[in-house]
Ligand binder design. Structure first.
Ligand code: HEC
Length: 137
């Protein structure tokens, strides 16, 4: 009996480690067409086309892998600038976490957007940004 319980505990541990490892690519496999609709929530404050204006938030063209707070013509919060100064980039993983709860990922950010709770919405949005923001991957 003890051996069975130990076996179960080991199995549970392996599953939870596998779960953590899996979280790294949770952003993959989104639907860009659906993501375009999700982006409507961002449009009040962001444009994404090349050379588009900054609104309340900075233009997001080329956002993937762009260093955080790197648009010279936009006045970022000191919280966002500090992230940029620490070498952070907008990888898919970072976007996936930031967009769930911006104020938790960058405490003190000016982005007063509560976040997208549904992982599917964030996945779709990232797929959209990969195309709309001028990336080819
Ligand atoms: C109410 C306005 C508002 C909405 C809605 C909004 N944002 Fe923002 N966003 C901002 C502001 C303001 C900043 C700059 C934050 C700072 O400097 O702390 C920002 C910053 C960002 C950044 C960092 C850009 C950089 O150059 O480092 C990303 C990425 C971003 N927003 C993505 C999004 C996405 C995607 C959505 C939609 C899900 C969204 N935002 C919705 C206002 C908004």
């Amino acid at each position: 009996m003890k051996a069975v319980l130990n076996g179960l505990a080991t199995f549970a541990l392996i599953m939870s480690i596998a779960g953590i490892a899996h979280a790294d690519d949770d952003w993959k496999g989104g639907d860009a067409a659906k993501g375009e609709k999700v982006f409507k929530k961002c449009q009040a404050c962001h444009t994404v086309e090349e050379g588009g204006p900054n609104r309340v938030g900075p233009n997001l063209h080329g956002i993937l892998d762009r260093p955080t707070a790197s648009k010279a013509d936009y006045n970022y919060s000191s919280a966002m600038k500090a992230k940029g100064a620490s070498g952070m980039k907008w990888t898919e993983e970072n976007l996936f976490s930031y967009l769930e709860k911006p104020q938790a990922f960058v405490p003190g950010t000016n982005m007063t957007f509560p976040g997208l709770k549904k992982p599917e919405d964030r996945k779709d949005l990232i797929a959209y940004l990969e195309t709309a923001a001028g990336h080819t991957k």
